[in-house]
Design a protein around this ligand. Structure first.
Ligand code: FES
Ligand code: FES
Length: 170
């Protein structure tokens, strides 16, 4: 239950990566700022703050959203999943992260958290995408290092896609 005090700050409670957390936020506070500054979840990066670059992408109740276009109050009571959730407690990379590593799919890594979260959502719904479908998802992200080919290769590697099977058989 959200509680609004006299200064209009509200206590926002969310489930962050499986853990119940809460902190105060002003009504206009962005979810990206709430995660980074109020909850210390700095794995979510902020680039354009205009919904263009995609690097702030997180999951809300399993669906990818741009946290710079989402208010913290809109996440009240919901499950928010960020890049910090992907690796195991022992630091072991998950399959998607490992595929990024294998395929040199990151350079400076600034765009990487958002791309990982977009593909976490996408592969959950479409575990065997075509290369064209992967490129379509990736078109919603900007990588200043322009490492797009490696990212496509990583997603092909981790998925059991038809395109990937054909590449493996060559
Ligand atoms: S920081 Fe959110 S889309 Fe660029
Ligand atoms: S790896 Fe540098 S911005 Fe994408």
């Amino acid at each position: 239950m959200r509680r609004v005090d006299r200064s209009q700050r509200a206590t926002i409670s969310i489930t962050l990566n499986g853990r119940q957390v809460s902190a105060e936020a002003e009504p206009r506070m962005l979810l990206s700022d709430f995660l980074r500054h109020s909850l210390g979840a700095t794995g979510t990066h902020v680039g354009c703050e205009h919904g263009v670059c995609g690097c702030c992408t997180v999951l809300i109740d399993g669906a990818a959203v741009r946290s710079c276009l989402t208010l913290a109050v809109q996440a009240e009571g919901k499950a928010v999943t960020t890049v910090e959730s992907l690796a195991g407690a022992d630091g072991r990379l998950n399959a998607l992260q490992q595929a990024f590593k294998n395929n040199h799919a990151l350079q400076c890594g600034f765009c990487t958290p958002g791309i990982l979260m977009s593909f976490t959502d996408f592969l959950g719904r479409n575990p065997t995408p075509s290369e064209a479908e992967i490129v379509e998802v990736l078109s919603g992200h900007l990588c200043r290092c322009t490492g797009y080919a490696g990212i496509v290769a990583a997603v092909l590697e981790v998925s059991g896609s038809k395109d990937n099977a054909e590449k493996r058989s060559v």
